[in-house]
Design a protein around this ligand. Structure first.
Ligand SMILES: C[S@@+](CC[C@H](N)C(=O)[O-])C[C@H]1O[C@@H](n2cnc3c(N)ncnc32)[C@H](O)[C@@H]1O
Ligand code: SF4
Length: 454
């Protein structure tokens, strides 16, 4: 892509794990009672056919990686584990009481923070407690995020025996200077040990998270990291653009200076080099930021058009109800979003009182759900259409004017009432979604709230 287009389109923009995006939620539209009603409705509409998803947030990490944008709590005290699991099981009990039948779990994801901060015994108690009162839907996928440095063979076997078959390891970059700047020393041999171990145990889909745009990162580092990654042949790869958001993350992202960060064309070159190499190595691009081997379920779901995107990122199948358990976890009932309390003590206190520990959320309007569908179509399938009147909305003309400009820049093809994102323009997919984002168009942010799109 030309440098002038990168300059023009590298602007702050959402990553669209939800629509409306979190800063545009109308908190007055919802309270725990309304959230509960939408959960009951979504459950009864979808449990028997597609099942439900469960995201469980395990927020603790032993040390702070100074690039991290996740919701985490840094502590070396492992006595936090037991009370936190008690609260998660209490929260799950509160949800179970709302369900009219036994929940069928299609997808269960342990995210963080660092799920492998918890001992295998505690993870066993958690999953056992959840599965005691639910069944696994056909083709269910259970997965976890794991930090290679804290993952033991016992973690992996314990979760495998409970049904886990997917595991994603945080890798980021193998260069010692980059690792020092992000305070995350993690040798290749350690990643090899856990990746090979997971495979021996029987995990079917192993993923590595890589990040481009990190402090001191050069083209050579990215190529070397990808070549090392290829030796371990993970089934999936996430290749995230470093989101530099120090205004949200405070001192957490200040372990280096802004001048150490590759920017604009230099950052884009890291992505382009990575993408080219992945393709040469046999990885297929999936939506935004993700690559997978053709044998992996994520690739197959893209081919079958069942690929979905939610707060967990890309998923192989769509469920209308996703329950988020744990501090700061976000649930999605298709009709509403709800986020839990953001501190551990507040979360635990409310969950242990038998409340749904929701502190904010958003009730989607009919228009929100329509725009959400367009944005999902673009993020998952790189196309959307409005030939059906049900897919048209009030400010379509305004969106089309923006799309015409993008067409002139080669970012989209317009074929009648259909938009297609051509292959070379995929890095601009966030910008293209912004042309449909009515809430952003009506009320542009006055201060910086999103990371840069490129
Ligand atoms: C919750 S972490 C992964 C699990 C585990 N805590 C670990 O670090 O290995 C999820 C992933 O988010 C990505 N990530 C975190 N902060 C990011 C940022 N500021 N920009 C882009 N990606 C980020 C990293 O690739 C990280 O592996
Ligand atoms: S990258 Fe992972 S281990 Fe590091 S602080 Fe973030 S969540 Fe914790």
């Amino acid at each position: 892509m030309q440098d002038d287009l990168i300059q023009k389109y590298n602007i702050p923009g959402p990553r669209y794990t939800s629509y409306p995006t979190v800063p545009y939620w109308d908190h007055d539209s919802i309270d725990p009672g309304k959230w509960q009603q939408t959960v009951e409705r979504a459950f009864s509409e979808s449990n028997a056919s597609e099942g439900i998803s469960l995201y469980i947030h395990l927020p603790f990490c032993e040390s702070l990686c100074t690039f991290c944008g996740c919701h985490k709590r840094i502590t070396k005290r492992h006595d936090v584990e037991g009370p936190y699991i008690d609260a998660l099981l209490n929260e799950w009990d509160s949800y179970r009481r709302l369900f009219s039948a036994m929940p069928r779990i299609k997808e269960l994801h342990l995210g963080g923070g660092t799920p492998t901060f918890f001992s295998p015994d505690n993870l066993h108690r958690l999953i056992d407690g959840i599965l005691q009162h639910s069944t696994l839907a056909e083709g269910s996928e259970l997965g976890l995020e794991a930090h290679p440095n804290s993952t033991t063979r016992e973690h992996l076997t314990t979760l495998y025996d409970l049904g886990f078959r997917r595991c994603s390891f945080g890798v980021q970059d193998y260069d010692p200077l980059v690792q020092k700047a992000i305070n995350r020393i993690q040798p290749f041999e350690r990643v090899r040990l856990v990746t090979d171990g997971a495979r021996e145990i029987g995990y079917q889909s192993i993923s590595h998270d890589l990040v481009f745009g990190l402090p001191h990162q050069t083209l050579g580092n990215v190529i070397d990291t990808i070549n090392k990654t290829n030796e371990l042949l993970p089934d999936r790869l996430a290749f995230y653009s470093y989101a530099h958001v120090p205004w949200i993350k405070g001192t957490g992202q200040r372990g280096f200076s802004e001048a150490d960060l590759p920017r604009d064309e230099a950052k884009r070159a890291l992505y382009e080099a990575g993408k080219k190499l992945f393709s040469e190595l046999g990885y297929m691009e999936i939506g935004m930021d993700h690559f997978a081997l053709k044998t992996d379920s994520l690739y197959q779901s893209m081919e079958n058009k069942t690929l979905h995107r939610n707060f967990m990122g890309y998923t192989a199948s769509k469920t209308h109800l996703m329950i988020g358990l744990g501090m700061s976890a976000i649930g999605d009932s298709w009709y509403a979003f709800a986020q839990n309390e953001k501190t551990v003590p507040e979360y635990e206190a409310r969950a242990n009182r038998g409340e749904l520990p929701v502190f904010r959320g958003h009730l989607l309007t009919d228009e929100d759900r329509l725009i959400r569908q367009h944005i999902l179509n673009i993020m998952c399938h790189f196309e959307t259409s409005w030939d059906n009147p049900e897919m048209q909305f009030a400010e379509l003309d305004q969106s089309l004017r923006k799309l015409e400009e993008m067409k002139a820049d080669g970012l989209v093809r317009l074929e009648g009432d259909k938009l297609v994102v051509p292959e070379p323009a995929r890095p601009f997919v966030r910008n293209i979604c912004m042309a449909f984002d009515l809430r952003l168009m009506r009320n542009a942010p006055e201060t910086r709230i999103f990371s840069m799109t490129i």
